[in-house]
Design a protein around this ligand. Sequence first.
Ligand SMILES: Cc1cc2nc3c(=O)[nH]c(=O)nc-3n(C[C@H](O)[C@H](O)[C@H](O)COP(=O)(O)OP(=O)(O)OC[C@H]3O[C@@H](n4cnc5c(N)ncnc54)[C@H](O)[C@@H]3O)c2cc1C
Length: 673
Amino acid sequence: MSEKVNPEQERVGVYVCHCGSNIAKVVDVEDVATWAADLPNVEVSRDYKFMCSSLGQDLIEEDIKEKGLTKVVVASCSPHMHEKTFRVACERGGLNPFMFEMANIREHDSWTTDDEVAATSKAKALTNAAIERVVHHQPLEQLPVEINPNTLVVGGGIAGISATLELANAGHHVYMVEREPTIGGHMAQLDKTFPTLDCSACILTPKMVDVGQHPNITLLTWSEVEKVDGFLGNFTVNVRKKARYVNEEHCTGCGICIEKCPFKVSDDIFEVGLSERKVIYRPFPQAVPKYPVIDKENCVYFQRGKCKACQIFCPTEPNSIEFEQEDEILSFDVGNIILATGYDLFDVKKIPQYGYGRLANVFTSLEFERMVNASGPTEGSIVLRDMESTPKSVAIVHCVGSRDENYHKYCSKVCCMYSLKFAHLVHERIPEAEVYNCYIDMRTPGKGYEEFYNRLLEEETNFIRGKVAEVTDAARIPEEEGKLIVQVEDTLIGRQRRVPVDMVILSPAMEARADSKEISQLFKMGCDFDGFFVERHPKLDPVATMTDGIYIAGACQGPKDVPDSVAQGAAAAARVAGLINLGTVMMEPVRASINQDECSGCKICNNMCPYNAIIFHEDREVSEVITALCQGCGTCVAACPSGVITGAHFTNDQLFSQIEGILWDVRPEKVTA
Ligand SMILES: Cc1cc2nc3c(=O)[nH]c(=O)nc-3n(C[C@H](O)[C@H](O)[C@H](O)COP(=O)(O)OP(=O)(O)OC[C@H]3O[C@@H](n4cnc5c(N)ncnc54)[C@H](O)[C@@H]3O)c2cc1C
């Protein structure tokens, strides 16, 4: 912020973009450019087919040099797309890159209406606002920020594991925080994975072991992030490491404590309530880390002060069971954060007509996954709820809560494929069984996916195209006794069908985690309407977020299968590795500053700053912004009751001029003057 500018003497170049026909088909681009040429301070005004092209940028560069422009306005698309492009063009022409302003006449205008008159008028308003504002711009210098080479990965499902291993194998240190006692996520619960039918555990557990043993990885399971401060390159994270009541340094994972524990409770998480587990438990045999955890709520020692069987039988010296253990708060610094917190499954009880919880033999997809798993509660046998009888007919209901106006409008992407997988597994285990797949549309995009569907057609699965209306136990004839009746409209033959079956499997929507809003607030980033984390750009930047230094991977961004989750994990890791390798990045110089001569010392800004970037000088009773910590969010500028905090690039002059500029058509005397 060196030299001062004089708005009266500015020489502005205005460039109005056609964006092919994206803008020009609705906005009269030539009219906007001709009109702008007569505005105060405008030295040159042009329209051009593609301002972002090399030739478009050359126009800016040449005009700066030949016409002595001091400021530049481009009226085109969103600054998210091309602000950087045009700033660099200004720099090549010899201007400070912040002497530039963009008017968004595409997303904010031509894409919103077919009304050519209104669109052209709005384009003029937006262009005028940019011109009025740009004349107040001051040259600014970017700030170099060092990147801490350590990374935090939140969530130890396959997406988080993939990101963590990519970074660790590249020589970078990673803190992985997982809130369950083990990593693995949903993939650890699956039996076989479509379309290749690899055993899920066989391909997942080697990666889990790698995470557990890698010298570059600090694995914090049974832990949750409680606080995040800082910004790209310099985050400080507080993690609550919940008490396991098992000393991880002494425990050998021998499992004797689990064997000797006399109490059992329903295993509602890993086995989704289909079997029981001990009160001191390891979620599954290949869990990483191998140490068990005591379920305090159900432990007789914690509740009644008696038992201690686990401690009595623990063979290690010193004893590994520590009832007095307490939660620990760990604090560490990282440069980047990757969120890979995954998904929840839609609660099928919200659709009572499908009978889950009321009709014993209606199962969820995850229950079925556990049932067909050789290490699951039935050791791989497909049985009814009595845990004995083998079903002779099975109906699999797709789209439970997905593609449904009442619940989630979106397609959950993986359900068609895993429903086909289920049909295959039923055929494999019970060859004589009749299998019905009730689907709305069969969606199988993916390598080998359509081929898998064709294979199922050959296995003589019955496909019924139609949304299931209800599942009842309303038997009408003796042969239907004990059966579930699936009522579905077969839209291919235009008939209602009643399909009596022994077992129904519901394939619920993948939905955002129940706490995704709180997590997004903790990490200061956005959630979409459905609660999934929002990417910076859905096509061009799918793993970055609007918060620099925070990335997302896997099903926390939207429904995704394993290959896509792995790819996103690796992509997020590549983005982080790129920054680590740079060592230093240049940050936007949009920062707040306090006029200390005028500061009343009220400290309101100190408490409001989300980045803890404002300190208070007790001796002088004034506040000061630490420039390196400030992220330019503007909270303090708006909060200061004395109006003595200024946001660089967002000064009162700049903002009020922009507002006046946008009101050009209601204040015509201003533009014609
Ligand atoms: C029934 C069923 C069958 C499927 N079959 C297949 C298949 O055959 N093939 C296939 O490709 N895909 C399949 N999928 C999809 C597969 O489950 C997902 O693609 C995959 O699990 C997504 O991985 P993820 O790491 O993004 O999420 P998750 O597996 O959900 O992992 C997220 C992890 O983050 C942890 N976590 C969450 N919140 C926090 C927090 N705040 N702090 C710390 N940790 C946190 C969780 O505990 C979990 O460990 C199936 C899905 C279902 C429901």
